[in-house]
Design a protein around this ligand. Structure first.
Ligand code: B12
Length: 323
């Protein structure tokens, strides 16, 4: 440390008072994460630059939001600020948050089979009469009866499929499609929130490729991730590959999940997944699903359905938590 800096330097006690971080913690961080870096007085006591104060305060803020030191210390200051900004939009762990409801139990196969019979028909009747309350009640009842995977595979997806068919065949119209898809999107977000607030697992970012504005498959995948304790960074639809790649350098992601709808041609989906795999940090997994995900680049993991994704989430979360 140059002499001019030395005269403005802080002892470990002063740095601790300035940041509210105990001296023992500062020493442990320095040993473990090589930060904050100190110079030594001739007596051997540590001296810190005053510039470490804002850096330590942002780290402290990120840790207070429940992030792990191993994640936070490897990030650039701007990335830590982004994490803190995201977290500030949610209640901090120390504030009282309502407990996340346990996910509804999965229903026995026999009950699921009976449920699916005629299930979409009732939902479509509510759409036809723009019965918002009835449609929401029916969907919530299925969530409670079928459990997360059952709800997605046996209720929500077939409902959208049937809705598409009704529109194609002229029995329902764009106004019905918009009404139903926005109600389902709202519900999928609402069901996710209590799990989001309690999630403490690895981070997964979620989006769709440029031009693809179909959001429901993505919201479904996010709901499952949150129920399994993953922290979801929801980016919304229609995101350029460069932006996803930049995000992967700024946030402590373990995975990126993409939903690819039927509107994305196979060759384009392949090219986009190849580009994404090349640009996103190698250690970050890329998961894709949806009708448009039939041909994907090497190193990108396709999921045929939500049940398979669910099993993977459970297995990987356990593994990453040990790091
Ligand atoms: C709702 C809807 C819309 C809404 C979307 C609103 C929203 N908030 O998402 C709006 C009105 C915006 C829309 C627009 C268009 N749409 Co549209 N839309 C639909 C509809 C009815 C439902 C789509 C949906 O959400 N399905 C539910 C999802 C969950 O199903 P999925 O994408 O097939 O995915 C399945 C799985 O693969 C899995 N999944 C999905 N993602 C993931 C991710 C992971 C990780 C995993 C594990 C699983 C998974 O979930 C589903 C399980 O069955 C479908 C009809 C249908 N049959 O799907 C048409 C449909 C997809 N649309 C279609 C078209 C053509 C369009 C438009 C081009 C129409 C136009 N002329 O403007 C635009 C394109 C907009 C754009 N740029 O993307 C076509 C696509 C046909 C094709 N092969 O190209 C369809 C199939 C309708 C049809 N004509 O038959 N659409």
């Amino acid at each position: 440390m140059p002499d001019s800096a030395r005269s403005r330097a802080l002892t470990i006690g002063a740095l601790s008072r300035a940041t509210g971080i105990p001296p023992a913690t500062l020493r442990t961080w320095e040993r473990r994460y090589k930060f904050p870096r100190s110079a030594r007085k001739p007596s051997g006591h540590r001296l810190y630059s005053t510039e470490e104060v804002p850096n330590l305060l942002r780290i402290k803020a990120a840790l207070a939001l429940g992030h792990r030191p191993a994640e936070v210390f490897r990030l650039q200051p701007s990335a830590i600020d982004a994490l803190v900004a995201i977290g500030a939009a949610r209640p901090a762990p120390s504030q009282p948050v309502p407990p996340a409801p346990p996910p509804p139990p999965a229903a026995p196969a026999e009950r699921i089979a009976n449920d699916v019979e005629g299930s979409s028909h009732r939902l479509l009747e509510s759409v036809r009469s723009f019965d918002r309350v009835g449609l929401e009640r029916e969907l919530r009842a299925r969530w409670a009866r079928l459990g997360p995977v059952g709800f997605l595979e046996r209720a929500a997806s077939p409902f959208m499929e049937a809705l598409g068919k009704e529109c194609r065949e002229g029995r329902l119209h764009v106004r019905h499609e918009h009404f139903a898809s926005s109600l389902l999107a709202d519900l999928l977000r609402e069901l996710r929130h209590p799990y989001d607030d309690r999630a403490s697992g690895p981070w997964v970012a979620a989006t769709t490729f440029p031009g693809d504005r179909h959001e429901l498959g993505l919201l479904m995948a996010c709901l499952l991730c949150a129920v399994r304790g993953w922290r979801v960074l929801y980016i919304g639809v229609d995101t350029p590959v460069e932006q996803i790649a930049a995000l992967s350098r700024e946030a402590p992601l373990s995975a990126v999940v993409m939903s690819i709808s039927a509107t994305v041609p196979q060759a384009y989906a392949f090219a986009l997944t190849l580009d994404l795999r090349r640009k996103v940090l190698e250690r970050i997994a890329i998961w894709v699903g949806g009708r448009g995900a039939s041909a994907v680049a090497a190193g990108v993991q396709p999921f045929d359905d939500f049940e398979i994704l669910d099993r993977h989430l459970a297995a990987v979360a356990g593994g990453v938590a040990l790091l």
